[in-house]
Design a binder for this molecule. Structure first.
Ligand code: HEM
Length: 490
């Protein structure tokens, strides 16, 4: 009779699974209706578009989005198991979504970040996020940021020394600058990664992204066994790296707490870390170090990679490089320290950085979850849709950017900006949940570009941006070492 029990048990389990799948599909009937308006692969229950993606082949997350977009055309539907993703490069839809109060939650594609980083500003659900964001925003006002320029300059001098010598990988060089600067400012201690090539932390942060990318692409189906396989292979490596970073962030928090006990800071113009520590009743120490970690991660690769692309583009365009150089020499001079007042005067330099962020937006895709039906144009985007704003494609969409692959900083002259829809340029995302470090990043990059360009001539062998093959999960960089060289000016 034992076999009968097994057969009945298996039968009950099968019926439960079928009912569960059927219920999950029934709940999504409005989404299936909506999806008919767009391109995409055929949907398969349980697997979504897993098999089609596997068949067309891709090397990582960046590549997966790119190949599907090429195969089916944008905007497109993608089924991650039973989770619906709408991938778009349409500025009108993007504006509505990023500004909308019912689209503040992150899309399901951030689940991997939630697992690894747990709760933090980047992934909080809307209600929690609003309270925290209000608190942190106070530490990113202009007077506070102005007080950071001295640290950008100090660390950019170390960077100039590094560029005079041999180095392994340019992304790592600029990542080390952003890491050191951030710690110098926020933690009150420099970790001197710039001068210690044996410290591999920046490379490890990149490796962690690679593991996470592999996990998230491997889990395109919600079938648990496949999750398990991905977790066992890359998950373990990702977890041990994240634990190392968590320990580091916790030791930074302790260090800063002790420093503040000895030398308390007064007033309201203080960094977000000092603000959290001084409001210990609101923030448990473990929360403080989680928040610090996400800021550190969010600041490092983004700014570092963007600087790498900016210098490479300048190396490809000597005439534009010359104009930046002349502006820097006129406004600051050959050797004078770079100060806060100089930065607004570097107008051409700012256009160059903006154009570099257009061609190579470090965060190439951002995701939102729609919590209520919303009308966009003549369509209702249904509740439950995950929208992936494909910034990389938006920034190269010829509908908004004539000759999109041309590096042309004058696209950012005020009269040219006025000709475009507002949301076709969003390197820092848009709306209430945009990048909190946008001004910090722009100021830091301006100081570095100015200081490096007055010390070096830059060259690169590339003739077109297409020669740079990209990879990425959260931030993008080139698959191979980037070709960009710095020769000292006399
Ligand atoms: C070129 C440099 C940078 C770029 C391109 C960039 C881009 C972005 C983007 C696109 C987002 C939105 C992500 C999403 O919706 O999923 C974001 C969020 C964020 N960024 Fe940045 N970022 C940069 C530098 C920085 C810096 C320097 C900091 C810190 C000092 C920072 C801290 C953050 C944080 C904490 C968030 C989450 C904000 C929230 O959800 O309220 N970023 N960044």
């Amino acid at each position: 009779m034992a076999w009968l029990k097994i057969v009945v048990g298996a039968g009950v389990l099968a019926v439960l699974i079928i009912l569960n799948v059927a219920w999950s599909l029934y709940k999504k009937r409005h989404i299936f209706e909506f999806a008919k308006n767009f391109n995409g692969f055929r949907f398969y229950p349980i697997f979504g578009n897993y098999w089609q993606l596997k068949n067309i082949g891709y090397s990582d997350y960046f590549d997966a989005v790119r190949v599907v977009a090429k195969e089916v055309g944008l905007p497109f539907n993608f089924w991650y198991g039973h989770s619906y993703l709408h991938v778009t490069d349409d500025a009108e839809a993007i504006k509505v979504i990023l500004d909308h109060p019912d689209c503040l939650d992150k899309s399901s594609s951030y689940n991997i970040l939630k697992v690894l980083f747990e709760d933090c500003l980047l992934v909080y659900k809307a209600d929690e996020w609003k309270v925290r964001r209000k608190f942190f925003s106070k530490s990113f006002n202009q007077p506070i940021l102005n007080s950071y320029v001295h640290y950008f300059y100090k660390n950019s001098n170390v960077l100039v020394d590094v560029l005079h010598n041999d180095y392994e990988d340019l992304f790592s060089v600029f990542g080390r600058y952003t890491f050191d600067t951030f710690c110098d400012i926020i933690v009150g201690k420099s970790y001197n990664l710039q001068t210690d090539p044996s410290n591999r932390l920046i490379d490890e942060m990149d490796a962690m992204q690679k593991y996470m990318a592999e996990i998230s692409v491997a889990t395109v189906t919600f079938g648990f066994p496949l999750h398990l396989k991905a977790l066992l292979t890359n998950g373990w490596s990702a977890l041990s790296l994240i634990n190392k970073l968590k320990k580091l962030s916790s030791s930074m928090t302790d260090l800063r707490r002790k420093e503040l006990q000895k030398y308390p800071v007064v007033g309201s113009q203080i960094s977000f870390l000092d603000a959290m520590i001084s409001r210990g009743n609101l923030f448990h120490p473990s929360i403080i170090s989680k928040e610090l970690l996400i800021f550190l991660v969010a600041a490092t690769d983004t700014t570092g990679n963007s600087l790498t692309f900016t210098f490479t583009l300048l190396g490809m365009h000597p005439e534009i490089q010359q104009k930046v150089y002349e502006e820097v020499i006129t406004e600051i001079g050959r050797d004078a320290p770079i100060e806060t007042d100089h930065l607004p005067k570097l107008k051409y330099t700012e256009r160059v950085i903006s154009e570099s962020l257009r061609l190579f937006p470090p965060v190439f895709i951002v995701g939102r979850h729609i919590n209520k039906d919303i009308q966009i144009g003549d369509k209702i985007f249904p509740k439950g849709t995950n929208v992936l704003v494909y910034t990389f494609a938006l920034h190269r969409n010829s509908k908004y950017w004539p000759n999109p692959k041309k590096f042309d900083p004058d696209r950012f002259l005020p009269e040219e900006i006025a000709k475009r829809p507002p949301s076709c340029y969003i390197p820092f995302s848009e709306g209430p949940r945009n990048c909190i470090g946008k001004l910090y990043a722009m100021m830091s990059m301006k100081v570095v570009v100015a200081n490096v360009i007055r010390n070096f001539r830059i060259s690169s062998k590339y003739r077109s941006v297409d020669e740079m093959e990209m990879r990425g999960l959260i931030t993008i960089r080139t698959k191979n070492d980037i070709d960009c060289h710095f020769s000292p000016r006399n």
